[in-house]
Design a protein around this ligand. Structure first.
Ligand SMILES: [Cu+2]
Length: 147
C-alpha cells in the first residue's frame, strides 16, 4: 500500500524532463559505455494511455553505471518500473535508480524491469519513436522503439 501511494505521488509530481534529451549529443543507442539491444514495445490496446518497453541494457564499461531516469517525446511521463508478484497478484513499483555492474547486462522483460510510458501520444506510438535513457555520468542515450 505504501508503495502504491508513493507511486501515485510520483505520478502527480513527476516533472517532464525532455529538455535534457533535446540537448544530448549522443545519437545512438550504443555509446561509450552502454549498449541497448532487443528493444521491444509490449502489445497494448490502442486506447490504452500506457505502454511498456523491454530491452537488454549492457554496461560495456569497467565501472558501474547508474540509470536514473527515462523520457520520451511520445508520452507525458516515462518511468522505470519493476513488476513483481504478491500472493499471485501482479504489481509494479517505480525504480528511482538502477545500478548495472561493470560489464553486466540487465534485462528489461515481462515480469521484471520495464520502461513505462504514461499519457502516450496514441499517434506517435504507432510509428517509430524514441526514448531517452538518463544515466548518472553519461549523456542521454537515445533508443529507437518500433511499434
Ligand atoms: Cu509499469
Amino acid at each position: 500500500m505504501i508503495k502504491t501511494m508513493k507511486f501515485m505521488g510520483i505520478l502527480l509530481l513527476g516533472s517532464f524532463q525532455w529538455n535534457s534529451f533535446a540537448t544530448a549529443e549522443n545519437d545512438a543507442s550504443s555509446s561509450a559505455g552502454v549498449e541497448v539491444v532487443r528493444v521491444q514495445l509490449a502489445k497494448s490496446p490502442d486506447v490504452s494511455p500506457m505502454r511498456a518497453i523491454y530491452f537488454s541494457l549492457k554496461n560495456l564499461s569497467d565501472k558501474e553505471l547508474v540509470l536514473t531516469g527515462v523520457s520520451s517525446p511520445a508520452a507525458r511521463h516515462a518511468m522505470i518500473h519493476r513488476s513483481y508478484l504478491v500472493d499471485g497478484v501482479a504489481k509494479m513499483e517505480h525504480i528511482e535508480s538502477l545500478t548495472i555492474k561493470a560489464k553486466d547486462t540487465v534485462d528489461f522483460a515481462p515480469g521484471s524491469y520495464h520502461v513505462m510510458l504514461m499519457g502516450v501520444d496514441k499517434e506517435k506510438v504507432k510509428q517509430d519513436f524514441e526514448i531517452g535513457l538518463e544515466f548518472e555520468s553519461l549523456p542521454v542515450t537515445r533508443v529507437m522503439v518500433k511499434p
